[in-house]
Each structure stands twice: as structure tokens, then as C-alpha cells.
Design a protein around this ligand. Structure first.
Ligand code: ADP
Length: 250
């Protein structure tokens, strides 16, 4: 590789790419602390408003919503920039999948009910697997949040986990607006949004599925996006089963 790099004089390009990644990672990191402080101060103002604040509740609530969006965007940018520079660690540990998945999905029945939607789950996965719990949790939250975001009142979100051959699979299906077949690859690109005005309305930044794809790849998994009959989307994730012998199963 170094022979070709020096022959085609590619080293400066690679160096500037690396510098750019470092710049994005550093900038996002620097933004996080002040944003977190602004957000927590605004939350405090709204939970314990004094007399002066009472008349200003609406603009403060609006500013808080935008600050939260900015905070999420900064977190997502930081994660992607770090993964580009191989700075994001994937730390796998033996995990009892049934109890782990039950914990991840626990809040969703209530969240769905509060939006007049239905959430159902079926977990037929009783073994232990080597996973990075934080990352797999983040991945499933991205898919479940999207399933709720792109559905309407009365719609359903379904979660399934099962063994399929020598893989363990997780499915997140919804009866929402669905994704056109020609866009099913593009949705994993950074900042891609199928309908920009709609996504703006739903508060997305177009980075969720790019992060999801990185987490799937880091666990040697695959993802398929299908139509959930008669309408809606179905995300099927598949990961190789690992037989854990030496490790203690937790
Ligand atoms: P966003 O923050 O915009 O939701 P994502 O990267 O999570 O960004 O998703 C990219 C785009 O893929 C979304 O803007 C939306 O158009 C589409 N999408 C993702 N999940 C779903 C879903 N469950 N149903 C319909 N469209 C979806």
C-alpha cells in the first residue's frame, strides 16, 4: 500500500482527510459541553419558572426543542467522525440476549400508547451473544424511534427477535408511511432524508441510519429493508451466532 501511496503521491490527500475527520470530531466535542449546559439551564427554567419567566414559557420551550436537536446532531456527528478515524471502540461482552432485549424495548409500549399507537414484541432468543451492549442498544433505539416517527395514530410497531439458521435476527416492522424500494439503499447515507420537509417536521437529522449501519457492520451483521405488507417498513437485521465457551455468561 505504501508503495502505491508514494507512487501516486496520495499521502497528502490521506493526511488532509484524516485532518478533516479530526477537525469534525474536535469541533463536535467542543460544542457538546456548552450545548449541554444551555439545555440543562433551559430545562431548569421550565421546570421551576419564576414570575418573570411565566410569560416567556413558549419561546423558551421552542428554544429548548431546538437546543435538544442541536445536541443530538452534535452527538451523532461526533460518533460518525470518531468512527471514521477509528477512534470509536467496540467493546463486546457476553450478553444474555432475552433479558438485554427486554430492557431495551421496555419503554416502548408506554411511548407508543402515549401516541395512540400499538407496540408488540416477541423475543425467541434465549442464548448469550458477544455484543457491544451500548452500541446494540443505540442501534435498536434508532430503529424503534424511526418506526414510531414514521407512523401515524392507530399504526402498529412490531419487534421480533429469533434464531434463523446460524444467525440471530432482529426485526423492527411498522405499518407507517413506508420507504420506496429505489430509496432503500440511500437511507443509510449521511444526511439523507426521504422527504426533507416531512423529516424536518418530525425532527430528524438524517444521521440515525448511517450510525445504525456502522454499528451493524461493526458486529459483522447485515440489514435488509423490506415492505411490511400491506404497507410500512420492515428492517431485518442479521448477526452471526457466536458460541461462547471461555467467557462467563452474564
Ligand atoms: P432521520 O433523522 O431523518 O429519521 P435516519 O437516518 O434515521 O434520519 O433515516 C433516514 C430517512 O429514512 C428518514 O428521513 C426517512 O425518510 C427514512 N426512514 C427511516 N426509517 C423509516 C421508517 N421506519 N419508515 C419510513 N421511513 C423511514
Amino acid at each position: 500500500l505504501s508503495y502505491f501511496l508514494s507512487r501516486w503521491n496520495m499521502k497528502p490527500i490521506l493526511k488532509s482527510w484524516q485532518q478533516q475527520q479530526d477537525f469534525v470530531a474536535n469541533a463536535a466535542h467542543e460544542l457538546r459541553t456548552p450545548l449541554t449546559i444551555i439545555q440543562s439551564k433551559m430545562e431548569l427554567l421550565l421546570t421551576k419558572p419564576n414570575e418573570k419567566i411565566i410569560s416567556q414559557m413558549e419561546p423558551i420551550a421552542l428554544s429548548l426543542a431546538e437546543t435538544r436537536r442541536l445536541n443530538q446532531l452534535t452527538r451523532d456527528l461526533l460518533m460518525l467522525a470518531r468512527s471514521d478515524s477509528n477512534m470509536t471502540q467496540v467493546t463486546r461482552q457476553p450478553t444474555q440476549m432475552k433479558s438485554f432485549l427486554e430492557q431495551v424495548i421496555a419503554p416502548y409500549s408506554e411511548i407508543a400508547a402515549s401516541q395512540d399507537k400499538t407496540f408488540t414484541a416477541q423475543i425467541d432468543l434465549d442464548n448469550a451473544q458477544m455484543i457491544d451492549q451500548k452500541r446494540i442498544h443505540q442501534l435498536l433505539v434508532i430503529l424503534l424511534d424511526n418506526a414510531l416517527k414514521y407512523t401515524q395514530t392507530g399504526d402498529q410497531v412490531q419487534f421480533k427477535a429469533q434464531i434463523h439458521g446460524n444467525h440471530w435476527q432482529v426485526e423492527v416492522a411498522d405499518t407507517g408511511i413506508g420507504i420506496a424500494p429505489e430509496n432503500r439503499k440511500a437511507i443509510f447515507q449521511r444526511f439523507y432524508r426521504e422527504d426533507k420537509s416531512h423529516s424536518r417536521h418530525t425532527g430528524g437529522n438524517g444521521l440515525g441510519l448511517a450510525i445504525a449501519k456502522w454499528i451493524i457492520d461493526s458486529h459483522q451483521g447485515t440489514v435488509k429493508v423490506l415492505t411490511n405488507e400491506p404497507h410500512g417498513s420492515r428492517f431485518v437485521l442479521s448477526f452471526p451466532i457466536e458460541h461462547i465457551k471461555e467467557h462467563h455468561q452474564q
